[in-house]
Write a protein that binds this ligand. Structure first.
Ligand code: GRF
Length: 201
């Protein structure tokens, strides 16, 4: 199973994939890490020949950036493309190009709290639980079919930071469990109806 990862920052989710592969839990290979920030820590988590780090400002416009990113990604021939802390909205053309192979990990219980600042918003809303979702990427932000979720309680005294840490701790096993199913071919299409692990999406 060939996995490509898009990441803008720290890359702890990417590291969880690296570790799961090394432990023999995930039968996969990371074929490339792609970042919109050439200085992202995430890039350092794979060998130099698997890194692509280019800022959009290096290109004439967003379409040219996404064309170059897409060409590099396609050259790595991924089965699955994981957005893991990739902080840029992907355009419709890009999403269409890789349709059905793009997943994202988002730190909320979707459809709650799409977009940014999810932990602060869960606290403001008075939610008693919070968590993370892995979903298919569609052009509309954080709106694709949810594949899997992990939940955590919101505790008295939490702030955005403590809540973020609790969520991150479940993101890693959630992402690995989901990738195991994706790599095993458990996302399928039956009579035009997509299913994941036997359940209709
Ligand atoms: C994670 O919380 C992810 O869900 C969110 O950004 C964070 C990225 O963390 N979209 P890392 O770069 O994987 O450490």
């Amino acid at each position: 199973c060939r996995i490509a990862v898009l990441a803008s920052g720290r890359g702890s989710n990417l590291q969880a994939i690296v570790d799961a592969i090394a432990a023999g839990r995930l039968q996969a290979e990371i074929v490339g890490v792609f970042s919109d920030r050439p200085d992202a820590t995430a890039l350092e988590r794979v060998a130099a020949d698997r890194r692509w780090g280019h800022a959009p400002k290096e290109f004439s416009d967003r379409a040219a950036y996404e064309q170059a990113l897409g060409d590099a990604l396609a050259a790595s021939a991924p089965d699955w493309i994981v957005c893991a802390g990739y902080m840029r909205i992907l355009g419709a053309d890009f999403v269409q190009r890789f349709n059905g192979r793009l997943v994202n990990i988002h730190p909320s219980l979707l459809p709650l709290h799409k977009g940014l600042h999810t932990h602060a918003r869960a606290l403001e809303a008075g939610d008693s639980e919070h968590g993370a979702s892995v979903h298919l990427v569609v052009p509309e932000l954080d709106a694709g079919a949810v594949l899997a979720q992990a939940r955590v309680p919101v505790l008295a005294g939490d702030d955005a930071q403590t809540l973020a840490e609790r969520v991150l701790a479940v993101e890693h096993p959630l992402l690995i469990a989901t990738l195991e199913l994706l790599c095993a071919g458990r996302l399928a299409e039956r009579e035009g109806q997509p299913t994941f692990d036997g359940h209709p999406l």
